[in-house]
Write a protein that binds this ligand. Structure first.
Ligand SMILES: [Zn+2]
Length: 221
């Protein structure tokens, strides 16, 4: 059974603050912090635009490039799969500077990803973290098929395999269930391990799954 919280957005627990030294990209306090609810609404509206349009056009990329050349204030962090069909800037219809994106096969997080999340929260002002999985994920499919794989793909399979095992006796499609369980576990890992200090109470983690056919992002409850 896919474990779920009644609240698909879970507030972080408080952790000790990590001192960070990214002075080169740190421009004091973010100009305008977008709260998690407003950030979620922007993503939902963006995905609706993406689904509704057959061609993406009219995006002011040069203007956005100029506006963000000296500093960035992304309103959301997306932890997504590296799958070429799931680009967050496209599926959420966003522009340069809008999203802070971390992508690995299977939308996993390691220490580098957690550090990136901490940096985006503390120095760039992001307050919403979205773990974005997707249907028919090849990384999860590999973990369903086997507990091991050659090379570094084996590390990915090993990380996802507990999610597969957790849903192995559940009714329904094992790949669908494993994708959802993996999203849940990654969100839990971020909530437990990201060191956000006093900002933790302002940050929320949301879970979502992308439909490769319709383009819709389903928010998981
Ligand atoms: Zn994938």
């Amino acid at each position: 059974m896919f474990r779920r919280s009644k609240h698909f957005i879970a507030a972080f627990a408080v952790f000790a603050s990590a001192s960070m030294a990214f002075a080169a990209d740190h421009h004091a306090e973010p100009a305008a912090v977008v709260g998690p609810d407003a950030a979620l609404a922007k993503l939902q509206a963006g995905n609706a635009r993406y689904v509704a349009k057959s061609v993406s056009e009219g995006k002011a990329t040069a203007k956005a490039r100029a506006a963000t050349a000296q500093s960035q204030h992304p309103f959301a962090i997306i932890v997504g799969c590296a799958d070429s069909r799931t680009s967050p800037e496209i599926v959420f219809d966003q522009n340069l500077g809008d999203l802070f994106v971390i992508r690995t096969a299977g939308n996993l997080v390691d220490d580098y990803a957690l550090g990136s999340i901490e940096y985006a929260v503390e120095h760039l002002g992001a307050r919403l973290i979205v773990v974005l999985g997707h249907e028919r994920c090849g990384a999860v499919k590999a973990a369903v098929a086997s507990g091991s794989a050659p090379g570094h793909v084996g590390s990915i399979v090993k990380e996802i395999r507990p999610a597969v095992n957790a849903v192995s006796k559940d009714a329904g499609d094992v790949l669908v269930n494993a994708v959802n369980e993996n999203i849940y576990r990654v969100a839990q890992k971020i909530s437990k391990k990201a060191s956000l200090g006093e900002l933790s109470s302002q940050v929320r983690v949301a879970r979502a799954v992308y439909d490769l056919d319709s383009g819709k992002v389903e928010w998981l409850h």
